[in-house]
Ligand binder design. Structure first.
Ligand code: GLC
Length: 479
């Protein structure tokens, strides 16, 4: 039986802020369903955001002291089992009882403690994985600590490591002055972590891991280049022999329009009438004209420039002025974009709504209600929203980058047959985005084609079925 330990900073449904949490919450279960012989476990911090309903189900399985340079800190390990996967929660109130998951002044120290605790935990609970699978910069040190500080212990000698990059933009870099003081590493380890004169945790994990993976094949190629690597392309290229790209899937139980109980009406690819009800209910709730035939466009995104919002800003006035469409935006982020959408709502009260918040249930109601989903990212390691939108019968309009490129193929017609599963454009240009949205609207306005295309995209398989097997194959090459 192979034993896999996932290490990450957020896991659905316990605590999450974005796509990493979705993947950490659904991939382990998918791997377990694909191979019942796999013992899959997951470890994350016990944040104060984790609700009492989960805490009530946990039991304490260990408590010990973690040494981090000159510090001695308490560490409790709590655990629960869900759908055949064992979850561990690293408890230390000083580090994890904070208002937000991240963005604290001492994030470097918090995740250094987390990673050190994860490695100590193995001894305390007597679980030594065959594969330690760490995700993003917050867990990068678990791979580095294993190699630098734990290999002398017999049980740790054969542990193999996979490091998955969900977004190369966030690397965890710090002054080299705190290498020992915060990260508990001596100068002998500096060369592993050093990048441009700083300590770079992601770089350290890339160098130390047996395999480095990322969340789509296209992104694996893109991060070899300066335009996408946020400075790390030299390291990626030096380690290219161990780089893999595996496309994410989504949780088909959690995102299921046939059973979802937060949407107004359920529907399926064969029976779409519930989707019309969902649209009507959302229009009513938002005070938009309740017009069934006006295409409803949606953007659900962190409001950040790399999500392509500067392209939206350039063309959205033109779009709303000259087309019979409605637009709903859900998300928060950079002030200039929050302001843009608020202004848009003022200028087009019958056409635009700005919901400047983060609300998972509301996002599902919007996915279920909207006809066209717009996602023009400048870079997108994988992206899950285009898959969720497809599952809820919204036509995606995306830029051909990263996982968007791998999951959505542009619409065209071959002998009357509808090809592709969305609308795509290559250049980072607002004119191309405008053109593709208008093309999607034209398809929507043809009711025959609309029905056929929506059915087709809802039937596209974005479950974990294929990718979970690819992860198993990848683990198999190491064990
Ligand atoms: C990050 C990426 C996103 C990806 C997600 C899960 O949030 O930005 O593209 O889908 O991680 O891997």
């Amino acid at each position: 039986m192979s034993k896999i330990l996932f290490v990450g900073a957020e896991v659905m449904p316990f605590a999450a802020t974005g796509g990493l949490g979705d993947v950490m919450g659904s991939l382990p279960t998918a791997i377990r369903s694909a191979d019942k012989n796999c013992d899959v476990r997951v470890v994350m911090p016990l944040y104060s955001a984790i609700k009492d309903e989960w805490r009530a189900k946990m039991e304490t399985v260990a408590s010990f002291e973690v040494k981090l340079a000159w510090r001695r800190a308490y560490c409790g390990v709590k655990s629960l089992v869900k759908d055949g996967v064992t979850y561990y929660f690293i408890d230390n109130e000083y580090y994890f009882a904070r208002k937000a998951l991240y963005g604290e002044f001492d994030d470097g120290e918090r995740y250094a403690f987390f990673c050190m605790a994860v490695l100590e935990m193995m001894d305390k609970i007597g679980f030594y994985p065959d594969i330690l699978h760490a995700h993003d910069w917050q867990s990068a040190l678990s791979v580095v600590y294993l190699n630098c500080l734990f290999r002398w212990r017999r049980e740790y000698q054969n542990i193999k490591t996979v490091f998955t990059i969900h977004n190369i933009e966030y690397q965890g870099y710090y002054s080299k002055d705190i290498l020992y003081d915060v990260f508990a590493l001596g100068n002998d380890c500096y060369s592993l972590l050093e990048y441009n004169g700083c300590v770079n945790l992601m770089k350290g994990a890339i160098v130390c891991a047996d395999i480095v993976s990322t969340v789509s094949p296209r992104y694996a190629d893109e991060i070899r280049t300066e335009g996408y690597s946020h400075g790390l392309h030299y390291i990626i290229n030096q380690n290219y022999h161990k780089l893999r790209g595996i496309l994410n899937g989504i949780d088909y139980d959690y995102y299921n329009p046939e059973k979802d109980n937060v949407i107004a009406a359920n529907f399926s690819a064969d029976e779409l009438s519930g989707k019309a009800t969902d649209k009507n209910e959302l229009q009513k709730a938002l005070g938009l004209p309740e017009n069934a035939e006006t295409p409803l466009l949606a953007i659900i995104s962190r409001l950040a420039a790399h999500k392509g919002l500067d392209l939206i800003a350039e063309m959205v006035y033109n779009l709303l002025e000259n087309n019979d469409v409605q637009l709903v935006v859900l998300g928060k982020g950079e002030a200039c974009y929050e302001e843009l959408f608020r202004e848009l709502q003022n200028k087009f009260p019958d056409k635009a709504r700005a919901l400047i918040e983060y609300d998972r249930d509301l996002s599902k109601r919007i996915y279920a209600a909207c006809d066209i989903f717009v996602m023009p990212s400048k870079s997108e390691p994988c992206g899950l929203s285009q898959m969720i939108a497809s599952r809820y019968g919204a036509i995606p309009v995306v830029r051909e980058t990263g996982g968007l490129y791998d999951s959505i193929k542009g619409y065209w017609e071959k002998d009357g047959e509808l090809m592709g599963n969305g609308f795509t454009f290559a250049n980072y240009s607002s004119a191309e985005l405008y053109d593709r949205i208008v093309a999607a609207v034209a398809l929507y306005n043809d009711s025959e084609k609309r029905k056929a295309f929506v059915t087709k995209i809802m039937n596209t398989d974005f479950s974990w079925n294929i990718s979970a097997k690819k992860y198993l194959e990848m683990y198999g090459t190491l064990i």
